[in-house]
Design a protein around this ligand. Structure first.
Ligand SMILES: [Zn+2]
Length: 148
């Protein structure tokens, strides 16, 4: 059982759950199925944020994060200081180009195969993540509304 699921509390289960970035592998997907089976439940949907690898790379390479959690994009002009806490946003170690390439290879190898698994289960919902943020938000809301 993954530690991700062990940390999930009963209180959060009663309101419904959204797992962000999980599962990423078939092993984690099996853990999730087992976890739901123990609760007589099942996964309602798997949301896939679809974008070209080149687009994802560019977005990650331009991402800066502040110690308070705010994220900024260097591509739209970075303020020297965080607008929330005044700290200087920095690039995460795993957002460097050579590490992004490795992350994409791991994604292709371990995560992408899950798409056909969830598609064949009839629960895959695909979002065009290359759209502007507002359009992505509208698509997410529509996807969630369709399963409520
Ligand atoms: Zn900040």
């Amino acid at each position: 059982m993954s530690s991700y699921l062990r940390r999930t509390t009963l209180a959060s289960e009663s309101r419904g759950l959204i797992f962000d970035g999980f599962p990423l592998t078939f092993g984690q997907a099996d853990d999730l199925d087992t976890w739901f089976a123990g609760r007589s439940g099942a996964l309602d949907a798997a949301i896939y944020f679809n974008m070209k690898e080149s687009h994802a790379s560019k977005r990650l390479e331009s991402r800066l994060i502040c110690s308070c959690g705010m994220m900024y994009s260097a591509s739209v002009g970075v303020k020297p200081l965080c607008g929330v806490c005044g700290s200087t946003p920095v690039r995460r170690e795993d957002d460097k180009p050579e590490i992004i390439k490795r992350r994409i290879m791991v994604y292709r190898d371990q995560t992408e195969p899950l798409l056909s698994h969830y598609r064949s289960n009839g629960i895959l919902m695909e979002i065009n993540a290359e759209q502007p943020q507002g359009a992505v938000t509208v698509q997410i809301a529509a996807a969630l509304k369709s399963i409520l």
